[in-house]
Each structure stands twice: as structure tokens, then as C-alpha cells.
Ligand binder design. Structure first.
Ligand SMILES: [Cu+2]
Length: 265
């Protein structure tokens, strides 16, 4: 009995160890290109490790049972009628409950660190037509801090394209250009149905909702060209609703901006 328990403990620890090794050494995510990416990846690693423990553990139990509990030659009767196992039932209720609770708390912490809990709605008045628009979404800064931001971009989403308006330069672009290492603030509005602005390399995704403008703040950290993908099924050509975000050095960005800006008459 003691020997059997010892074997079980060794197997369990091997599975946990192997899962941690795989989870920490194999990266399934695209390269990290914003300050949100490392925060998000922390949570992803934990979830990946938990998933691996379950996957490897259950696969081994199935394989073990296939051999161990196989019908023996000449065995014709039914199996033993088992009914209830209180300790086992407590175990498989308590462990998942604790895991889910901890993951929930940790996710909240991650979302908070990414800026998801910032109060963006500074509209304290009752609803009236002159009041400020309500913005929602991820931001590392509050609304008042955002107004001092130097890179302001308005995103319009429609079936089936994204358009990027640069109000300071009074022009519209089909590609989103942003300077690296600067805090970017984008205000997003939908012209028709729900869309979502998703940049996998930035680990950010925000819905664009008709009648409910949203705001998204991020700081790109790596120069390059990344896809912007609509992540909300928005119609027959949803799959083709893509654009690009080009992260470049500030001087390159300014050059591009000045080339496109409307000169005042
Ligand atoms: Cu869309």
C-alpha cells in the first residue's frame, strides 16, 4: 500500500514538473510588441501549465485504465457495482474550486495591471445631449490624463474595414502608423455593427460597439508591422476585415505624418 502511494506521488510530481517545464519553455504566442504583452503572457503561461497538467494527467489515466481494467479472458459477468466515494468526490470538487478561484483572482489582477479597471467615464452629469461621450475600454491612464496625450487617433470600423483618422493632421489613412515607445490613445467608433480591434502581438482586444464609443490605450515596444484583425463576427466578409499597424521610430512616424497631413490654406 505504501509502495503504491509512493508511486502515485512520484507520477503526480512528474506530471506537474513536466507541465511546468513545457509551459515555461515552449512559447505558443506571437512575439511581444507592447507593454501589455508581458503582463498578459504571465497569465497565459499559468493557464497553459494548468491545461497541461490536466491533459497529461487525464491521458495517462485513460491509457492506464485501458490496460489495467481490461476484461480478462473468460470473464463474463458485470463489473462490481460501485456507488459513491465521498473522499474522491470531495477531492475533485475542492481542487477545481480552489484552482478556478485563484485563476479568477489572478485574472482580475492582470486585467487591472493592463489598465482595464481604470475609471474612464468622467461623465458625472445626468444624461443630456451636451454631455461628454461615454468612453469605455482599456487604458493605463484616466480620461483627464489622456487629453494631454500627443498621439490621438480615431478609428472607425465598418463592414468590412478599419479607417484611421488623424485629427491633428486632418487626414484619414488605411494603415495605422504609430511611433514606438509612446503611449497611443485610440478612440473607436463603429458605423454599423459590433467589430473588435485585435492586435495579437500587443495582446490587446477591444470591442467596437455602435453607439458606445470605446477607448484603447497601448504602448508599442517593438518596431515592425503587425496585423489588426476584426475579432467579432460582423458579417459575410468578417474574415477579410484586416488592417496593419506599423510601429516605427518617432522620426519615421513624424516624416510619414508630415507627408500626409493637410497643409492649411
Ligand atoms: Cu468586423
Amino acid at each position: 500500500m505504501l509502495n503504491k502511494n509512493l508511486n502515485l506521488i512520484i507520477v503526480v510530481f512528474t506530471i506537474i514538473g513536466l507541465s511546468f517545464w513545457i509551459g515555461l519553455n515552449i512559447n505558443l504566442l506571437p512575439k511581444e510588441a507592447s507593454i501589455n504583452a508581458p503582463i498578459y503572457d504571465e497569465l497565459f503561461k499559468i493557464l497553459f501549465i494548468i491545461g497541461l497538467i490536466l491533459f497529461i494527467g487525464m491521458t495517462l489515466i485513460v491509457i492506464y485504465s485501458l490496460f489495467k481494467f481490461r476484461r480478462k479472458k473468460g470473464q463474463l459477468g458485470d463489473g462490481i457495482a460501485l456507488e459513491g466515494n465521498l473522499s474522491l468526490e470531495i477531492l475533485w470538487t475542492v481542487i477545481p474550486s480552489v484552482v478556478v478561484l485563484l485563476v479568477g483572482l489572478y485574472s482580475y489582477n492582470i486585467y487591472d495591471r493592463m489598465g482595464g479597471m481604470k475609471e474612464l467615464n468622467h461623465n458625472h452629469h445626468m444624461i443630456d445631449n451636451n454631455s461628454e461621450k461615454i468612453w469605455a475600454g482599456i487604458s493605463q491612464k484616466s480620461n483627464t490624463q489622456l487629453s494631454t496625450n500627443n498621439v490621438n487617433i480615431e478609428v472607425s470600423a465598418m463592414q468590412f474595414a478599419f479607417l484611421f483618422n488623424y485629427p491633428d493632421g486632418d487626414f484619414i489613412s488605411g494603415e495605422l502608423h504609430v511611433p514606438v515607445d509612446e503611449e497611443i490613445s485610440i478612440k473607436m467608433e463603429s458605423k454599423d455593427v459590433i467589430h473588435a480591434f485585435w492586435v495579437p502581438e500587443f495582446r490587446i482586444k477591444q470591442d467596437i460597439i455602435p453607439g458606445q464609443p470605446t477607448i484603447l490605450n497601448f504602448t508599442p515596444t517593438r518596431v515592425g508591422k503587425y496585423p489588426i484583425i476584426c475579432a467579432e463576427l460582423c458579417g459575410p466578409y468578417h474574415g477579410g476585415m484586416r488592417a496593419s499597424i506599423i510601429v516605427e521610430e518617432l522620426s519615421d512616424y513624424e516624416q510619414w505624418f508630415n507627408k500626409n497631413r493637410k497643409t492649411e490654406v
